[in-house]
Design a protein around this ligand. Structure first.
Ligand SMILES: Nc1nc2c(ncn2[C@@H]2O[C@H](COP(=O)(O)OP(=O)(O)O)[C@@H](O)[C@H]2O)c(=O)[nH]1
Ligand SMILES: [Mg+2]
Length: 261
């Protein structure tokens, strides 16, 4: 059985670096790991992808050929990938690996919120078990409202893709340890999160305590695993939770949260 680890998150959240570090980490433990680059606009990668969609579609060439701006080229590239999906699928399914880590395009919305992204993911991962890692940049979680919007986006992705999902707090080397602990506490006890959210005016004028009490149980029902792709901190926890999901079946994401191993 091959396990697909799909790395998603907003532009700059650390998808590409996490793909690279996680591959190295897994290889150090003796696993056969392959990587797939699904970003047609990637300029440089810190890892050597086993399958690289830039061999089929290159966003820069699309921009020149069709006279498009950068955004138009990203959208056209995503759609062009679908026309190459059979070939890409053949390459991915021929990979001999325990784990296949899939690095997705920089711009989350061009991929996840158009038709092509979910279609590409469902096709490529159809012969194995899949875990989505949704990356949340620790730097954007400095305020409770920033953390709430990240959790809302994470939930939106889960609704869109319907896969087992783990939320990963990235770049923890850039923020204080106490802040990381606070975010973990928020996931375990959202009463404290509600208090901090309501101390921010922009949240208070939109949502009441009961509104937040209604949505936060769902938003905090995910694991949140803090990692740094620079120091490699947290990858043991990330690995443990992925193992638990792939061993536990597809219903994992509807279960209650359980402690980090
Ligand atoms: N300090 C620190 N920087 C990181 C980490 N992960 C990524 N970055 C930086 O964040 C920026 C975006 O990372 P990248 O992996 O390209 O993000 P992507 O757009 O989601 O693929 C780069 O400048 C990385 O060097 C991390 O764990 N710690
Ligand atoms: Mg990237």
């Amino acid at each position: 059985m091959v396990y697909y680890i799909v790395v998603l998150g907003t532009a700059g959240s650390g998808k590409t670096h996490l793909t690279s570090t996680f591959q190295g980490w897994l290889e150090d433990f003796g696993f056969a790991v392959a990587t797939v680059n699904l970003d047609p606009a990637a300029e440089w990668l810190p890892y050597k992808p086993d399958v690289d969609v830039r061999e089929y579609v290159n966003a820069r060439e699309v921009m020149e050929k069709y006279n498009l701006g950068p955004n138009g080229a990203l959208i056209a590239s995503a759609d062009l990938l679908v026309t190459k999906l059979n070939e890409i699928y053949d390459e991915v399914s021929a990979l001999r690996a325990n784990y296949v880590v899939i690095d997705t395009p920089g711009q989350l919305e061009v991929f996840a919120f158009r038709e092509s992204g979910p279609l590409i993911l469902n096709t490529l991962t159809s012969d194995g078990k899949t875990v989505v890692l949704f990356l949340i940049d620790a730097v954007f979680s400095m305020r409770a409202s920033g953390f709430l919007s990240a959790l809302l986006l994470a939930s939106s992705i889960n609704v869109r893709l319907g896969k087992s999902q783990v939320n990963v707090l990235t770049k923890i080397d850039l923020i204080e340890k106490e802040r990381v602990e606070k975010l973990i506490e928020y996931m375990e006890n959202y009463d404290e999160l509600i208090t901090d959210l309501l101390s921010e005016r922009q949240v208070r004028i939109l949502w009441s305590t009961s509104d937040l009490e209604a949505i936060l149980p769902r938003l905090t029902a995910y694991e949140l695993i803090p990692v740094s792709s620079i120091t490699r901190e947290g990858f043991d926890n990330l690995y443990a939770i992925i193992q638990r999901i792939v061993a536990g079946g597809e219903d994992y994401y509807t279960e209650e949260p359980s402690p980090i191993l």
